[in-house]
Design a protein around this ligand. Structure first.
Ligand code: CA
Length: 236
């Protein structure tokens, strides 16, 4: 059973894709346009700085032919609050932290799945729409009772014990914890953690919820709201 989404007026969100590699550009543009984003592609840092003012969100490849991607990121952030998601091939921790310090809102490491990127875009957009438009206000870490979620490193601790979550479990936790105490609908979770076009059995969600509850060590973290979804809160 699928629950219809609340209908919202279609507003075309303008995405600036800064990427010089055609084999990455083509499938990304196709996927973004399918999601009704309006996509503008540039292949250099200089062009990105010129075009960024017209964008609602920037996807920035770090390996550009004319400029160091980190400089582009810093310059983009200096000129506006437009959200930036970095596409990076560099996976080491230092670079990730550095990127976020440079003003990127999030990053994905190549090779990444289109669904993962779409989920990040939605998450960043949601944060912006929630009124946090600048990097300095973006949550870096979140504490809920004895639980601590570090968004930068994607690490989760209960008391001082680190939970070994799979990427999907982490995304599920992020989705549930974005509005502590509020009901998150099953359909919303499925869209954000899996894919908008995901028509698989909703049992997959139940299995992940069960696994996450087990890893949290107390099933009371996640309350089931029958027929609607789930509510995340510290166990009383
Ligand atoms: Ca490149």
């Amino acid at each position: 059973m699928s629950i219809p989404l609340d209908h919202v007026a279609p507003v075309r969100i303008r995405v600036l894709l800064v990427e010089d590699e055609p084999t990455i550009v083509a499938p990304l543009v196709e996927a973004l346009e399918r999601e009704t984003y309006e996509v503008h592609v540039v292949g250099t840092g200089a062009a990105a700085l010129e075009a960024a003012n017209d964008a609602d969100l920037v996807l920035l490849d770090l390996g550009l032919p004319d400029m160091d991607g980190t400089d582009v990121c810093r310059s983009l952030r200096a000129q506006s609050d437009t959200p930036i998601i970095v596409l990076t091939a560099r996976g080491d921790e230092l670079d990730r932290v550095l990127l976020l310090e440079l003003g990127a809102d999030d990053y994905v490491v190549k090779p990444f799945g289109v669904r993962e990127l779409l989920a990040r875009i939605r998450a960043v957009r949601r944060r912006v729409n929630g009124g946090r438009t600048s990097k300095s206000d973006a949550p870096v870490a979140q504490t809920i009772g004895s639980l601590r979620i570090d968004h930068r490193t994607r690490r989760v601790f209960v008391d001082e014990r680190e939970l070994m979550l799979t990427p999907k479990e982490f995304d599920l936790l992020m989705t549930l914890a974005q509005d502590v105490g509020a009901v998150v609908r099953r359909q919303q979770i499925i869209e954000e953690v899996w894919d908008e076009h995901w028509w698989g059995p909703t049992k997959t969600l139940d299995v992940h919820i069960a696994s996450l509850r087990k890893k949290l060590g107390d099933p009371a973290w996640i309350s089931t709201v029958r027929g609607v979804g789930y509510r995340f809160h510290a166990p009383s």
